[in-house]
Design a binder for this molecule. Structure first.
Ligand SMILES: CC(C)(COP(=O)(O)OP(=O)(O)OC[C@H]1O[C@@H](n2cnc3c(N)ncnc32)[C@H](O)[C@@H]1OP(=O)(O)O)[C@@H](O)C(=O)NCCC(=O)NCCS
Length: 161
């Protein structure tokens, strides 16, 4: 098989609507409709980053910027391309985009039973800040995840202290 090109991290636009819906079907069992994805992809306060290999969308991470917080709404990786670091790269790309737009914190909810996602978030610096009991349809609890988004100056000072 010929070598695959490297995955590229990009801001997804409306041109990626079909690919987002298809990835959502494969990775999230159809979380959002076409119309919802259209809204995500066309609102500057809803950053959507993707990892693209050639013409194919392998991973997506998106959220809403609410005042100075990023509310992460979805992170998904193509089932055939998991455990290669794509989820982490997409999430870190989204956090960086939010930081560059002035966000100081990021938050999300994750199902207690979703070990893969919990480990991913923990590895990116999130900590559990609360719990919503029986939040999901299957009765699973939601763990509220929270992290502070350090700006570059703070990171530089911390590295020198
Ligand atoms: C959760 C998800 C996004 C992870 O994507 P991924 O590309 O496989 O994750 P990465 O390869 O970047 O892994 C980063 C870290 O997450 C953790 N992780 C990922 N998959 C894991 C698994 N199946 N079991 C345990 N830990 C896992 C590990 O700590 C991993 O680091 P490591 O590989 O160095 O051990 C992916 O499994 C997915 O799309 N799941 C379905 C959708 C979902 O649940 N999204 C989150 C809620 S919206």
């Amino acid at each position: 098989m010929p070598d695959q090109p490297e995955e590229r991290l990009i801001q997804l636009t409306g041109a990626w609507l079909e690919a987002c819906v298809a990835l959502d079907q494969r990775a999230l069992a159809g979380l959002w409709t076409n119309e919802q994805w259209h809204n995500e992809l066309n609102d500057p306060r809803r950053p959507v980053v993707g990892l693209v290999q050639g013409e194919d969308l392998r991973a997506v991470a998106c959220g809403w910027l609410v005042v100075d917080e990023l509310h992460i709404t979805a992170v998904a990786v193509d089932p055939d391309h998991r455990r290669k670091g794509l989820g982490k790269r997409a999430l870190e790309g989204l956090l960086e985009e939010a930081r560059s737009q002035g966000a100081a914190h990021a938050t999300l909810e994750v199902a207690q039973g979703n070990q893969a996602a919990r480990r991913l978030y923990e590895g990116c610096g999130f900590a559990t800040a609360g719990i919503r009991r029986a939040y999901y349809r299957n009765g699973d609890d939601a763990l509220i995840q929270w992290m502070r988004l350090h700006n570059r100056e703070e990171v530089r000072i911390a590295a020198h202290s």
